[in-house]
Design a protein around this ligand. Structure first.
Ligand code: PMP
Length: 356
């Protein structure tokens, strides 16, 4: 190793789900939405005046923030937007997790959290989920440098109550508590209703899942005026012009198209409930999911085998070779047609397995 390499900030990066280049794949591996974005957002992209690209974008993303403020009934100065919720969360880690005490989060959770802790040199500790993959709130009643928990959790899909989060907030007035609600729109109750009561609560959401705009990269957070100001101070100390014009405008139109949002989201919830029945019939077990994916294990066939055989059939789901979850598959909810193809493939794989 060369001496200069001693000074390099070395990290083991987050591994995103595979993004295959070919279009014939049934892609159920990264929790994207199978439906197109709102036609109103699509129209903005189509009609975008490229001359606007000459100018830097609005640093405050005003049209987008105002649309979110209107939709959620939260003042604009209590909303922060970023380039995907990964950007919002990473900024929040950098801004709020600056203590000698460890930040705490579940052992089975979004696998970016420990990566941000490593890159920003933040101490952390994980708290084991119970065997049924639920969180024990008591684990969070301890001294800490911050808390981050997804609700519903990923990759388990398990939703916990706003009351449980409130109990954690009551016990933690000395650190920032982040609730990552990437999947909340698929049937959960948001903790956003608690932001008036708890100045140290940050609730993070995204356009990537329920709004079909993963490619646009839009995330946002709700919190007290103070929290949002601190976040913006750090953001503006790194890069002021993060979100491009087209994204800001298309995002705002998407938020205004409530009817389309409800229609597509309800269809995913319907297909998810149907998928639960089908998976159970095929011998899978899973915690009840309130997200746009199901975290399933088969009673007899190893998850890794199913993952590989599905891949041979051009169906991608997500598998992690990690402690406690190496016999589970995370299956994103696609369209009815995609899911039926998945179930057909699973039937074949499971019966081949019985014969061999
Ligand atoms: N939080 C959780 C729990 C997620 O699963 C994801 C998706 N990978 C994100 C945040 C980030 O999503 P995005 O950056 O696309 O908003």
């Amino acid at each position: 190793m060369n001496l200069w390499e001693n000074n390099v900030r070395r990290v083991v990066p987050y591994t995103p789900g595979e993004q295959p280049k070919c279009s014939y794949i049934i892609k159920l591996n990264t929790n994207e939405n199978p439906f197109p974005p709102s036609p109103k957002a699509a129209q903005i992209v189509k009609e975008f005046d490229s001359d606007k690209l000459r100018l830097y974008p609005d640093t405050d993303s005003t049209v987008l923030v105002d649309a979110l403020a209107e939709r959620y009934g939260v003042d604009s100065d209590r909303i922060f937007v970023g380039v995907g919720s990964d950007d919002v969360l990473s900024m929040a880690f950098l801004t709020f997790f600056n203590s000698d005490k460890p930040v705490i989060f579940p052992d089975i959770t979004y696998s970016f959290y420990d990566v941000w802790c490593d890159v920003y040199r933040i101490k952390y500790e994980t708290k084991a989920l119970k065997d049924d993959f639920t969180i024990d709130a008591n684990d969070y009643f301890c001294e800490n440098g911050g808390i981050v928990i997804p609700n519903p959790n990923a990759p388990t899909g398990v939703l916990q109550s706003v009351d449980m989060f409130e109990s954690i907030l009551k016990a933690n007035t000395n650190s920032v508590v982040i609730v990552d609600e990437a999947y909340i729109d698929f049937g959960g109750e948001s903790c956003v209703k608690l932001i008036d009561k708890y100045e140290n609560l940050l609730v993070v959401q995204t356009f990537s899942k329920s709004r079909s705009m993963a490619g646009a990269r839009i995330g946002y957070a709700f919190g007290s005026k103070k929290l949002i100001k601190y976040l913006n101070d750090v953001k503006f100390s790194i890069n002021s012009y993060t979100m491009n014009w087209v994204t800001q405008l298309a995002g705002a139109e998407s938020v205004k198209d409530e009817e389309y949002f409800q229609k597509t989201k309800n269809e995913i919830v319907r297909v998810r409930e149907y998928s639960k029945e089908k998976l159970a019939e095929l011998g899978f077990e899973f915690p009840d999911s309130m997200s746009n994916f199901i975290f399933a294990t088969h009673k007899t066939v190893p998850a890794k085998t199913i993952f590989e055989k599905l891949k041979e059939k051009s169906i991608f789901v997500r598998y992690w070779n990690k402690d406690r979850i190496n016999n589970h598959l995370r299956i994103t909810i696609g369209t009815q047609e995609q899911m039926d193809k998945l179930f057909e493939a699973l039937c074949e794989i499971l019966s081949e397995n019985e014969r061999s």
